[in-house]
Design a protein around this ligand. Structure first.
Ligand code: UTP
Length: 476
């Protein structure tokens, strides 16, 4: 049986008829599966993405005139007693929100983790410097501890991708959800992957299109999508349960202060729809998205889209003017997401990556160099749609060291050291003696389970001053 003529005609029109190259060799179920994958692709949208991101070589930032860009206002780290008192007031408001059950947590864990090169979902990576606890365990324990502290089970929503959904679910089940009472997994959408030179959609197999997760910005549509077997969407479920404010973070940063009450309070005081935590960029080429205003509107410019001139723009005192680097920690109002998915679609960015594909001879080839373009949405592109926002500075050492690479910067080695440094500092604040190397780094693995202490203040209530740490330690 030949392929449906209407489908063939459509593929021809979009220059993608090669997707049916192996049609004659496929059995009926494989044909049906392939047709379903093709039907799910919006070929008109793909045409314009290919025209923009494959044929044209522009980056989004190239369109931004430097004269239109200005720094954004940031709530800076408190320095005076007065500022610290204000932060305590915000923290108390945030604590009230947690105790009232208004806050949910959204963790995005659908990425492919290609740079880390780890088999399995990145959240299952053993990152605890002493315990080898997984990223998921560390995040889950923070939520369990926070729920106990505020007397209210905080719901966790984990975004997976169709590739890692099952493995993520199994991992959590094998570990009894790490004690979480309310956790729901939801898969994100996918986009076809195209050849970098020609814009043709790649085949992953004779009966499969190459598909990749649609970026962390896919979280908005995925939260709004109906659940399995007619279950309500995540947003609908949240609405039914009175969850109005969502703390968003990414799976790869074990230092994140999940549902930080101060951040929640500052967001609420600003009546914000979307909020950002930022750190001070120290070098013009630092790989962080930068918060700015463009023609008065707030937005994030990806580091790769920032012109060298803007990246290195300095004030009279020599500091970077556009210093506010996003650490991908946000708060979003549920009502904001509901409005946004109804009225706007986030733009797609391109990512040039290595993607295995079926070559001309019908063999799967693993390319040595990036051969493909993936299309991804970024959650921070929601910002310009918000009517009110808050941008809050945090300290880099205390809250940001993501696991991205197998070696070098942002790798297991740097994350282990940063975690040990942070926990060592907490112990010192509690009066313990912690050995340090000449460069100031904590000399060996030090780790504290969130179930033992969620922060330095709690640790002070748990250990005796004068404790001497002589060997790797895991407090749990
Ligand atoms: P990254 O941009 O670091 O991508 O994701 P990645 O896929 O994990 O890693 P590489 O680039 O392939 O090496 C930042 C965060 O966004 C999530 C990731 O799981 C991570 O928490 N993410 C990314 C998604 O949930 N979905 C996506 O489609 C992309």
């Amino acid at each position: 049986m030949s392929a449906d003529p209407a489908l063939l005609e459509r593929l021809n029109r979009h220059g993608q008829s090669h997707l049916l190259r192996y049609w004659d060799e496929l059995e009926a179920p494989a044909r049906a599966g392939l047709v379903a994958e093709i039907e799910a692709i919006d070929l008109d949208q793909l045409d314009s993405l290919i025209a923009q991101h494959v044929r044209g070589e522009e980056g989004a930032g190239a369109e931004i005139a430097a004269a239109d860009v200005e720094p954004i206002e940031v709530t800076r780290m408190p320095e005076t007693d007065g500022q610290r008192a204000l932060r305590r007031r915000s923290a108390s408001l945030g604590a009230d929100m947690l105790a009232a059950g208004e806050v949910g947590v959204v963790l995005v864990a659908g990425g492919s983790g290609t740079r880390l090169g780890f088999e399995g979902p990145k959240g299952t990576f053993p990152i605890g410097p002493v315990s080898s606890a997984s990223l998921f365990q560390i995040h889950a324990e923070k939520i369990v501890a926070l729920s106990r502290r505020h007397g209210r089970a905080i719901p966790l929503y984990i975004m997976t991708s169709p590739e890692n959904h099952q493995a993520t679910g199994e991992f959590l089940e094998q570990n009894a959800q790490f004690g979480l009472e309310r956790v729901r997994l939801f898969p994100q959408g996918r986009m076809p992957v195209v050849d970098r030179a020609t814009g043709k959609i790649l085949l992953a197999a004779r009966d499969h299109v190459a598909l990749a997760p649609d970026g962390h910005g896919g979280v908005l549509a995925a939260l709004a999508a109906a659940g399995p077997a007619g279950a309500p969407s995540c947003l609908e479920e949240m609405r039914q349960q009175g969850v109005n404010t969502l703390f968003y973070f990414q799976v790869d940063n074990p230092l994140v202060r999940i549902a930080d009450p101060t951040f929640l309070g500052l967001h609420r005081e600003a009546a914000a729809e979307m909020s950002f935590k930022v750190i001070e960029r120290v070098a013009p080429d630092e790989k962080l998205g930068v918060l700015v205003r463009v023609n008065g509107r707030p937005r994030v410019i990806e580091y790769s889209d920032l012109t060298p001139e803007l990246a290195a723009w300095r004030s009279g005192s020599g500091t970077l003017e556009l210093w506010a680097g996003s650490i991908a920690v946000h708060i979003l109002e549920r009502s904001f997401i509901e409005r946004l998915v109804g009225e706007a679609r986030l733009p797609f960015h391109r990512a040039i990556k290595k993607t295995p594909y079926l070559d001309e001879s019908g063999q799967v080839t693993r390319p040595p160099e990036p051969n493909s373009v993936k299309f991804e949405q970024f959650v921070f592109d929601a910002l310009p749609h918000s009517e009110r926002w808050a941008v809050v500075e945090t300290d880099r050492a205390g809250e940001f060291e993501p696991l991205k690479n197998a070696v070098g910067p942002e790798s297991p080695a740097t994350v282990h050291q940063r975690m040990s440094d942070q926990f060592g500092e907490w112990l010192e604040q509690a009066g313990a003696i912690v050995p340090r190397r000449p460069d100031g780094a904590v000399a060996f693995g030090v780790e504290i389970s969130p179930l033992f202490a969620l922060d330095a203040a709690e640790l002070r209530t748990k250990i005796e001053p004068g404790l001497v740490v002589e060997r790797p330690v895991y407090l749990r």
